[in-house]
Design a protein around this ligand. Structure first.
Ligand code: CA
Length: 219
């Protein structure tokens, strides 16, 4: 028994996957396609994708945002969880990376739910705010350049409705956030973690899932 989160060894992690994963065949295929990619470690873990899909269903999300698509596994996970009229605004700057995932979105029958915007996410989110979409989204997932996290957080928070949910990836950053840091990425994550801890605009939970996932519910 433990009063703190378990440190999973390989055997227990395998057990967890074997007893919880329910991937769509196209999710399996997209993960396999991404394994060959030189930056494959940027993909979220399948149990994290499944957890986010559950969150999307729990809050009855219909309109979602993703900042940082990479090869599209998390977008596929969220889109599969959305209702038929659901919409995911997927922001990324890489046509090359996102092109990997698009055939899998199509084969899974969810491509019509995903609006991919290839532009700096600040610009895309600012345009949506300028178009009067503040308060109109249910769920947002931030998983992009770490130095941009605070900007993405502030914009997504405005775009979310009260009660909407923000999920922020890599908040434990392989453990580096708990050590003295000098690089820009770790410093940015440390600053955002400090800020969220005391941010009265949200309810907060930091989970040791994957590389650390913070959940922030907009009050
Ligand atoms: Ca990530």
């Amino acid at each position: 028994m433990s009063r703190r989160s378990l440190n999973l060894d390989d055997t227990l992690y395998r057990y967890l996957l074997d007893h919880s994963l329910r991937e769509h065949p196209q999710q399996v295929a997209l993960r396999e396609a991404t394994q060959e990619h030189p930056r494959a470690q940027m993909q979220i873990s399948p149990e994290q994708g499944q957890f986010m899909a559950l969150l999307v269903k729990l809050i009855g999300a219909r309109r979602c945002i993703e900042v940082g698509v990479f090869t599209g596994y998390s977008a596929l996970s969220v889109a599969l969880a959305l209702p038929e009229n659901g919409h995911l605004l997927a922001c990324d700057i890489s046509a090359e990376f996102t092109a990997v995932g698009q055939p899998f979105w199509a084969r899974a029958g969810v491509a019509h739910k995903i609006e991919l915007r290839l532009a700096p996410a600040r610009e895309t989110l600012d345009a949506r705010l300028a178009a009067g979409e503040a308060g109109s989204y249910d769920f947002a997932f931030i998983d992009a350049d770490k130095s941009g996290y605070d900007d993405y957080y502030e914009r997504c928070l405005r775009l979310l409705r009260p009660g909407g949910l923000l999920a922020i990836d890599n908040v434990l950053w392989g453990g580096a956030v708990a050590q003295p840091a000098h690089d820009a990425d770790t410093l940015a994550l440390q600053a955002l973690n400090d800020k969220l801890h005391h941010d009265e605009r949200i309810d907060l939970s930091m989970l040791p899932l994957g590389d650390g996932l913070s959940l922030a519910r907009k009050r």
